[in-house]
Design a binder for this molecule. Structure first.
Ligand code: SAH
Ligand code: SF4
Ligand code: F3S
Length: 442
């Protein structure tokens, strides 16, 4: 019987995709995936360290995995991968000696050699080297979870060093893949039935090789059987007029513009090392609305309680929500990260104040969101059906080009027959997080 692997993934889409790369690597070595974690011969924990007590959470989870290993008489290879692995390296073994391998974010291709050495009983294996070609991973060796939606790395790393953020330390310097490789991968996926691709990078629109991000989008838009092209995570500084006009002119490119502001106050933005002031940011929003009109949704990330943030400065974040009118936000309490620039300011906003600010921000956003969602009733949109859940009240759901979730009323049609189709839909109802629609337009 072949040996089995199980991968548990935390964190962002880049980690999801790294897990697909690690899974594919293990499969080429003869392993098979198992859904039963306790049956695994190899258990990889792919970790994230963006906020909070990431390392603590990893060690507490490892305690549970250790138990599974003991139940198997020690016959389980435990590996820690991802951003905590990159950050902690071999120190992981001193706290958790039952871990067999620690594999950083930029050394994915070394997994087979490490596994061989473990097989030969050579003890703890660690590789947190920064392979400059890590982003050039062999495409055929990726084991993808979903058929309808395909993840594609276009760049890795971050050179921005925002003062609160650990990503430049865990993912290294920015590197972009050659355009021809990306287009070839997208074509291959499209030929296999993929309808939606999501381009990945820590600063995905900072992509630069022989062509710009806008030109890459234009080339991908030409691939016939693709329906939707998404990309994550973008940086506000790289949304120029060319990119936004490209999105307007290329019908497959998603019209959700994620424009992470982090704060609405220019002094805090400066301390965060973001490149924009409040006014620059608002100018960008106007440019986007001028070009895309109300065809686009706008989303953002925010951090509350950055060291030194005054009440009045936090209020400017609230008024930014009101001025921009976001369709969704992702908001977090500031969390000090090791080695980052903001540590020199300490962590002076008390936890209770951070918590209160987060509540205020989220409550205000939900009010704004409700209004914006309701304003969509009556709109005619195109929805790519990406989920069928039989037994539920609305078994068919999908997403609009600007990434809003729509539950569909499909009348007498068989739900399964609609999967992976792009359909014309009229919006008939709205909640705070989802829309309802019926098939057909007037
Ligand atoms: N590259 C993206 C961000 C990726 S991290 C960008 O520049 O926008 C995702 C989000 O996590 C960030 O946008 C930020 O809002 C949040 N975040 C990052 N570091 C954080 C920290 N130390 N504390 C709280 N939130 C943080
Ligand atoms: Fe982190 Fe800033 Fe880089 Fe985004 S741009 S990953 S927030 S350092
Ligand atoms: Fe987390 Fe690393 Fe992604 S810290 S958010 S897994 S880049």
């Amino acid at each position: 019987m072949s040996k089995r692997y199980f991968i548990e993934t935390w964190g962002c889409q880049m980690n999801d995709h790294d897990s697909e790369k690690l899974a594919g690597t293990l499969e080429t070595m003869g392993f098979e995936v198992t859904q039963e974690a306790s049956d695994a011969d190899v258990y990889l924990l792919n970790t994230c360290t963006i906020r909070e007590k990431a390392a603590e959470k990893v060690f507490s989870r490892l305690g549970v995995i250790r138990q599974m290993k003991q139940n198997r008489g020690g016959e389980m290879v435990i590996g820690v991968t991802g951003c905590v692995a990159q950050q902690e390296g071999a120190q992981i073994f001193s706290r958790a000696p039952y871990v067999d391998l620690v594999l950083g974010t930029q050394a994915l291709k070394s997994l087979p050699d490490m596994m061989d050495r473990i097989e030969q009983r050579q003890g703890h294996q660690v590789n947190v080297d920064k392979d400059p070609d890590n982003h050039l991973f062999p495409v055929k060796q990726i084991s993808r979870k979903a058929k309808l939606k395909g993840l594609i790395t276009i760049m890795e790393g971050c050179d921005n060093y925002c003062t609160y953020c650990i990503v430049p330390f865990t993912r290294g310097r920015e590197r972009s893949r050659p355009v021809a490789d990306i287009v070839a991968e997208a074509r291959m996926l499209a030929e296999q039935g993929t309808k939606e691709i999501e381009l990945l990078g820590q600063n995905v629109n900072s992509y630069y090789s022989t062509v710009s991000f806008a030109e890459l989008l234009r080339q991908l838009n030409e691939i016939e059987s693709l329906h939707v092209i998404r990309y994550i995570s973008p940086h506000p500084k790289d949304f120029d007029r060319d990119v936004i006009e490209t999105i307007r002119d290329c019908p497959k490119i998603a019209t959700n513009i994620h424009l992470p502001a982090q704060s609405g106050n220019s002094r805090i933005l400066k301390r965060m090392g973001r490149e924009h002031t409040r006014n620059h940011y608002l100018e960008k929003v106007s440019m986007i609305r001028e070009i895309l009109g109300n065809q686009c949704s706008l989303t953002s990330d925010f951090i509350v309680g950055f060291p030194g943030e005054l009440d009045s400065e936090f209020n400017e974040t609230v008024t930014l929500l009101e001025e921009v009118g976001y369709d969704r936000i992702f908001s977090f309490m500031y969390s000090p990260r090791p080695g980052t620039g903001a540590l020199k300011h300490g962590d002076p906003v008390p936890q209770s104040v951070k918590h209160e600010r987060l509540q205020i921000l989220q409550k205000r956003q939900l009010e704004i969101q409700k209004q914006r969602m309701e304003a969509r009733i009556g709109q005619e949109v195109c929805v790519l059906v990406d989920a069928i859940k039989l037994g539920e009240r609305f078994p068919v759901s999908g997403r609009t080009r600007d990434n809003l979730l729509v539950h569909l009323d499909v009348g007498e049609l068989a739900p399964e027959s609609l999967f992976s189709r792009s359909l014309p839909v009229t919006i008939t109802g709205a909640g705070v997080h989802t829309l309802r629609g019926r098939l057909g337009v007037s």
